[in-house]
Design a protein around this ligand. Structure first.
Ligand SMILES: CC(C)(COP(=O)(O)OP(=O)(O)OC[C@H]1O[C@@H](n2cnc3c(N)ncnc32)[C@H](O)[C@@H]1OP(=O)(O)O)[C@@H](O)C(=O)NCCC(=O)NCCS
Length: 190
């Protein structure tokens, strides 16, 4: 069961439903999708995915749900929330590849950031993107993230070394993006 906690035009973010463990397991065994994530070299089966979901669901991690179909398409959330310094790192994946390149990622990131800045009082949010993942980079830059550093050749993927790009965003920068803010508020105002 899903709940419209952060509602946008295309999707909403909901607390996670443990019954989705099997669906998540399918996505996390798709190497094309997984190559963009830290979990690439992990073994994920339904049992350990249930354990992982239970752990994640206790923090600020949310299912991304198609707002028209009420169907889960992925997950996003904050890690390492530092309440003293008001910063956190975020992660996202859309497991259902039919939804890639349709603006769902951009909207989900925006919904999560809006919640992070307003409800969790964050000031700075970081995301790490692998150098070959231009889609993720573009998605984050559309929301207002900017590159702040490169950890050189820190990732070994498919027998090749890659850079890890660090992008961050401040609350003030996020709210400068009027079009995006209007988009994530569109549903709520109806
Ligand atoms: C990364 C991800 C969350 C982005 O979500 P999405 O819904 O596909 O992204 P959006 O459609 O909102 O935006 C993607 C943008 O990248 C662009 N893009 C796609 N492939 C690209 C490429 N090879 N080079 C440059 N830009 C590219 C798209 O055209 C779009 O930009 P536009 O709106 O200006 O045309 C999603 O694709 C995903 O989950 N991928 C697998 C896991 C992953 O990479 N997670 C992120 C780890 S940091």
């Amino acid at each position: 069961m899903y709940f419209r906690k952060m509602l946008g035009k295309k999707c909403y973010l909901s607390p996670m439903d443990m019954n989705d463990a099997e669906k998540f397991t399918g996505w996390l065994n798709d190497l094309e999708m997984l190559s963009n994530l830290h979990l690439y070299s992990s073994v994920i089966n339904v049992e350990n995915e249930k354990t992982l979901l239970e752990k994640l669901s206790k923090g600020h991690n949310y299912s991304i749900v198609d707002a028209d179909k009420n169907e889960v398409i992925g997950n996003c959330g904050f890690m390492g929330i530092d309440n003293v310094n008001q910063n956190a790192e975020m992660g996202i994946f859309i497991g259902n590849k039919d939804y890639w390149n349709r603006g769902y990622g951009t909207e989900a990131v925006a919904l999560l950031l809006d919640y992070g800045f307003k409800a969790l009082n964050l000031h700075n949010v970081l995301i790490r993107v692998y150098d070959f993942n231009q889609r993720a980079r573009r998605c984050c830059e559309k929301v207002g993230f900017r590159e702040v550093g490169i950890r050189r050749k820190a990732l070994l993927r498919n027998m090749e070394r890659h850079d890890i790009i660090y992008l961050d965003i401040l609350a003030s920068e996020f709210y400068e993006n009027d079009d995006l803010i209007r988009q994530i508020q569109a549903r709520r105002e109806k």
